[in-house]
Design a protein around this ligand. Structure first.
Ligand SMILES: Cc1cc2nc3c(=O)[nH]c(=O)nc-3n(C[C@H](O)[C@H](O)[C@H](O)COP(=O)(O)OP(=O)(O)OC[C@H]3O[C@@H](n4cnc5c(N)ncnc54)[C@H](O)[C@@H]3O)c2cc1C
Length: 365
C-alpha cells in the first residue's frame, strides 16, 4: 500500500490550490479527482472568464461575507487576502486585471489559463494529480487515514477534503465529502441554493424575457421590514428573474432562512417593481451551495476537524458561501492555503514564501 503525507480529495479550485501549496512547502501529496479532467467548475467561473476575487481589503471582504461565514473565514482571508491572491497569480506567470465593480480576472480573461497555471504548477512541484479517481471511502486508521478509490487504496497521515458543494453536480461535486464528514461524526447544515434566480408569476415577465436592466437596487423585505439591499443586474428569464442583484438577494434569503419575503426592485430610470417570488430555482442550478459541514466543528485557525484530528476541510464542502464577485473562489483558495499551511507545520515544514518579496516566477528546482 502507498503512503503519503497528505491526500487532497477533489481537484477543483480548493483542491488544486491545496496541491500547489503543498508543493510550495515540500510536502508529499496526492490530489484525487473524480472527473477525467480537474477544475470543471473553475472553467465555468465568471462566464469562463474566471472572476478570481474582488479588489478590496480582506477586512471589507470579511464584512461582505457576513455572519457566520466572515468570522469563520477571517484567519484564512487574513493569511491570503485579495491583494496576496493577485500577487500570487502574477508571481506564477498569470497577471490579473481589475474590471468593473472591482472584479479581478486573469488578464487574458480565460478561465482555462487559471486551470493551466494550476496544472503546470502541480507538475513543476511534483505533486501527483490522479483524475478519473473517484474516492469511494474515507476511513480513520490508527496512524492517519485510508482512502479507497475504485482501483487503489492509499494511506496518509492527513487528509484534506475539498470535494465542493452540491451545486452543478455534473462538474463532479455531489456531496461525497459531506457524507464522509457525517460518518466521521460531523453535523451537516441543510443545503439551500445560494446565488440563484427566483421563479415568479408569469405576469411579472410581461413579454420582457431577455431584458437585462443595469444598475438596479433590490431591497429584501421580510416581516414588513427592509432586511438588506443588493445592487447589480436584473435579468428577465423564461423561468423567472435572475441577474447579480437578484442572485445576491437569494443568498441573503437562504442564509437568513427567510420564508416570507418580497423584493422591491428599483430600476435606474426611477421605476419600481415589487415581486413576491414563488420559489428559488433548485440548488443544483445555484452558483454556490449554502449549507454543508458545520463551521463550529472545524477549527477556523487551522481548518482541522474538531471531531476527527488529522482531517481538514477547504472550500465549498464547508458551510461557506459568499456573494457574487469572486468571493467564492477567494474563500476556496484562502481556506485551501490555510489548511495546507497547518498541515505543513504538523509535518515540520516552514511557512510559505513571502508574497511581498516573491520573484516573478517561483524558483524552479
Ligand atoms: C456557473 C458558475 C459560475 C461561477 N463563477 C464564479 C466566479 O466567477 N467567481 C467565484 O468566486 N465563484 C464562482 N462560482 C463559484 C465557485 O466556482 C465555487 O465556489 C468553487 O469552485 C468551489 O470550489 P471547491 O474546490 O470547493 O469545489 P469544486 O470547484 O466544486 O471542486 C470540487 C471537486 O471535487 C471533486 N470531487 C467530488 N467528489 C469527489 C470524490 N468522491 N472523489 C474525487 N473527487 C471528487 C469534483 O469532481 C470537483 O472537481 C461559480 C459557480 C458556478 C456554478
Amino acid at each position: 500500500m502507498e503512503k503519503t503525507d497528505l491526500i487532497i480529495i477533489g481537484g477543483g479550485a480548493a483542491g488544486l490550490m491545496a496541491g500547489v501549496a503543498a508543493g510550495e512547502l515540500g510536502l508529499k501529496a496526492l490530489v484525487l479527482e473524480r472527473k477525467h479532467k480537474p477544475g470543471r467548475k473553475l472553467l465555468m467561473c465568471g462566464n469562463a472568464r474566471c472572476n478570481l476575487t474582488t479588489n478590496i481589503s480582506g477586512e471589507r471582504m470579511l464584512q461582505m461575507f457576513g455572519e457566520p461565514v466572515g468570522p469563520f473565514l477571517a484567519p484564512s482571508i487574513r493569511a491570503f487576502d485579495p491583494s496576496m491572491l493577485q500577487r500570487w497569480f502574477s508571481a506564477n506567470g498569470l497577471k490579473t486585471v481589475v474590471k468593473t465593480g472591482n472584479k479581478v480576472y486573469p488578464h487574458t480573461e480565460q478561465a482555462s489559463d487559471v486551470l493551466n497555471l494550476f496544472a503546470d504548477q502541480l507538475r513543476e512541484k511534483e505533486i501527483s494529480l490522479a483524475c478519473s479517481s473517484t474516492v469511494q471511502a474515507l476511513e480513520k486508521t490508527e496512524n492517519g487515514f485510508c482512502v479507497t478509490s475504485g482501483n487503489f487504496v492509499v494511506e496518509s497521515r492527513f487528509v484534506l477534503v475539498a470535494t465542493g458543494g452540491v451545486s452543478y453536480p455534473k462538474t463532479g461535486s455531489v456531496g461525497d465529502g459531506q457524507e464522509w464528514a457525517k460518518k466521521l461524526g460531523h453535523t451537516l447544515e441543510r443545503y439551500r441554493p445560494g446565488l440563484v434566480g427566483f421563479e415568479v408569476e408569469p405576469k411579472v415577465l410581461k413579454g420582457r424575457v431577455g431584458t437585462i436592466y443595469e444598475k438596479v437596487e433590490v431591497e429584501i423585505v421580510s416581516g414588513g421590514k427592509k432586511a438588506a439591499e443588493t445592487r447589480g443586474f436584473y435579468e428577465i428569464e423564461k423561468w423567472g428573474v435572475g441577474g447579480t442583484a437578484i442572485t445576491d438577494a437569494s443568498r441573503f434569503i437562504a442564509r437568513n432562512n427567510f420564508k416570507d419575503y418580497e423584493l422591491i426592485i428599483k430600476l435606474a430610470d426611477g421605476r419600481t417593481e415589487k415581486i413576491r417570488p414563488l420559489r428559488t430555482r433548485p440548488v443544483k442550478e445555484a452558483m454556490v451551495t449554502v449549507g454543508g459541514v458545520a463551521l463550529d466543528e472545524i477549527d477556523s485557525q487551522t481548518l482541522e476537524s474538531k471531531k476527527c484530528p488529522g482531517l481538514y476541510f477547504a472550500g465549498e464542502v464547508l458551510d461557506i458561501d459568499g456573494p457574487t464577485g469572486g468571493y467564492n473562489l477567494q474563500a476556496a483558495f484562502s481556506s485551501a492555503r490555510l489548511a495546507v499551511a497547518s498541515i505543513g507545520k504538523r509535518c515540520g515544514k516552514g511557512g510559505f514564501q513571502s508574497l511581498e518579496k516573491a520573484p516573478k516566477r517561483w524558483k524552479r528546482k
